[in-house]
Design a protein around this ligand. Structure first.
Ligand code: DHB
Length: 506
């Protein structure tokens, strides 16, 4: 929060003389923000409006920098903050993590949430983070620096930097909204669930992160590739019904798929989820619960004039749209009729989605983008498969990948008693947001915006549904949807997102 109005004046005066990115008052405490080290930049938005902002770039957010390429953040402050009081200025913290790869600190874009946030008068922070592919050379040896949970630790250290410098950075660090897509959505979910969790403390201290909170106010998660150590079983449990249609597996793959799917019910039941009426959600009724989200998605799409083919398992009942007189309460309301075969009457009818034929719908999803083969995530060494991004992120500092489920470890080694080391199990624990919701971590974000496209097959629908449901069950404010016709993607429908942010700020 800016507590010193004079700073704004001095910043303006410095426009003509400041070097870009110069850290003129680093002084003794390298983690203190220098409000004068900016340059003025601008973005032309899709509507032609030009947004001008101060760019503070290349700021190291830890004292003990291991990887100078990635452990940096950039901060952008709009010149026009829309007359908001400083406490009412949200901070959008958007990570650029994808594929669990390392990501350098980013710059704002007119076509994603960062540019939009600046146009709305928000402060934007785009931190870099270590991840797959990041290496440094120490004593002539290549060290892989991006292994889990280092990327998350970096994002948490960046959050600490924002809190630590709340008096110097415009915007309210108590109103940080994290945002990410896919592996970045997982990171956003982790930032939202692990605020101030003790599990990370010694690591953050060792990194020289600021002595401040790493909790955030709200978490925006697009298609989070998360709950990694249960994602394989959830994938097979959902998609095995498509095996004879679009996914052509050989016999040993079908065996693996069946074994993994058989592990899912115990996990689903262990979550103790409840629906909105308080009824227990178990493996037995889970597909009915899931159905509601797909039906809602299709319903909204139909309401918006989207055509949904009759062949993809979205079962509809068409009810005559009430006449004006009927809406006023007079005149009879006719019964409905199935819409199939009566396309010429479509315009007169409101569609109601009444069911989902899962076999047809999931086959449709799998026909849009071929499914992953089993195991979808912990594939390393199972049936000769190569390491996935997830195997790499759980790998070691020498660049060797690692299994992160007992199932795949045993398959790869052929040892039916093989176990994951305690140290690895701890790393896996720290990378799963579900653990911190289940353990009732105190620093969980109050507000959640979770989206996973209705035709996104990168992970099972169970992953975002479980995350959203568990958060709801624990009393958090969760806006969740599986938007119709969306593949694996993020930062879409920004009008909806920013309306939600404004609501969450109240
Ligand atoms: C991403 C996508 C995946 O399917 C996956 O397994 C991991 C990461 C991504 O887009 O970030």
């Amino acid at each position: 929060m800016i507590k010193y109005p004079l700073l704004a004046v001095s910043a303006l005066l410095c426009l003509a003389s400041c070097d870009s990115g110069a850290n003129s008052n680093a002084g003794e405490d390298s983690l203190r923000f220098d409000p004068q080290a900016f340059r003025i930049d601008s973005l032309t938005m899709p509507d032609g409006d030009v947004v001008r902002f101060k760019s503070y770039e290349g700021i190291y957010y830890v004292k003990n920098i291991e990887d100078s390429t990635y452990q940096q953040l950039n901060i952008y402050v709009p010149l026009d903050t829309k007359h908001r009081a400083d406490k009412d200025i949200p901070v959008l913290m958007r990570n650029n993590v994808g594929g669990y790869m390392a990501s350098p600190a980013g710059t704002p874009s007119a076509v994603d949430a960062t540019g939009r946030a600046l146009a709305e008068g928000y402060v934007v922070c785009i931190p870099g983070a270590r991840g797959n592919g990041a290496t440094v050379v120490k004593d002539g040896k290549t060290i892989y620096t991006g292994t889990a949970p280092n990327g998350l630790l970096d994002l948490k250290a960046a959050t600490r930097y924002l809190h630590y410098n709340d008096d110097l950075i415009p915007g309210n660090s108590e109103r940080i909204f994290t945002d990410g897509t896919s592996a970045g959505g997982a990171m956003s979910a982790l930032q939202g669930t692990t605020g101030n969790a003790h599990e990370y403390e010694t690591y953050l201290k060792a990194m020289g992160a600021a002595d401040a909170s790493d909790a955030v106010y709200a978490s925006i998660c697009y298609c989070p590739i998360t709950d990694l150590n249960h994602a394989d079983m959830e994938y097979e449990w959902l998609y095995r019904c498509t095996d004879n249609g679009v996914r052509h597996l050989d016999e040993s793959q079908i065996a693996v798929s069946n074994e993994l799917a058989a592990l899912a019910p115990a996990y689903i039941n262990s979550l103790g989820l409840k629906d909105e009426d308080g009824k227990a959600i178990t493996a037995d009724n889970y597909m009915d619960y899931l159905k509601k989200f797909i039906m809602e998605s299709a319903h909204v799409a139909l309401e918006n004039g989207c055509e949904i083919p009759d062949t993809i398992g979205i079962i509809r009942y068409a009810k005559p749209r009430p006449t004006f007189a009927q809406r006023l309460g007079s005149g009879p309301v006719n019964g409905g009729a199935p819409i199939s075969g009566r396309p010429e009457q479509k315009m007169e009818y409101t569609d109601f989605v009444i069911d989902v034929d899962w076999q047809k719908y999931l086959t449709y999803v799998a026909s849009v983008t071929p499914l992953k083969t089993p195991p979808a995530f912990d594939a390393y060494g199972v049936l000769g498969d190569a390491a996935t991004p997830e195997n790499k992120v759980f790998g070691d500092t020498e660049g060797n990948p690692s299994n992160f489920t007992e199932y795949s470890l045993r398959k790869r080694t052929g040892d039916p008693n093989a176990t994951l080391s305690d140290a690895l199990q701890q790393r896996i624990y720290m990378m799963n947001p579900m653990n911190f919701i289940r353990e009732d971590n105190k620093g969980i974000a109050a507000h959640w915006y979770i989206r996973h496209g209705a035709k996104d097959r990168d992970t099972s629908f169970l992953v975002p549904v479980n995350l959203a449901t568990l958060l709801r069950n624990k009393g958090y404010d969760v806006d969740f949807a599986l938007p119709w016709n969306r593949p694996h993607s993020g930062d879409y429908n920004l009008d909806d997102l920013f309306a939600w942010i404004e609501q969450a700020m109240k």
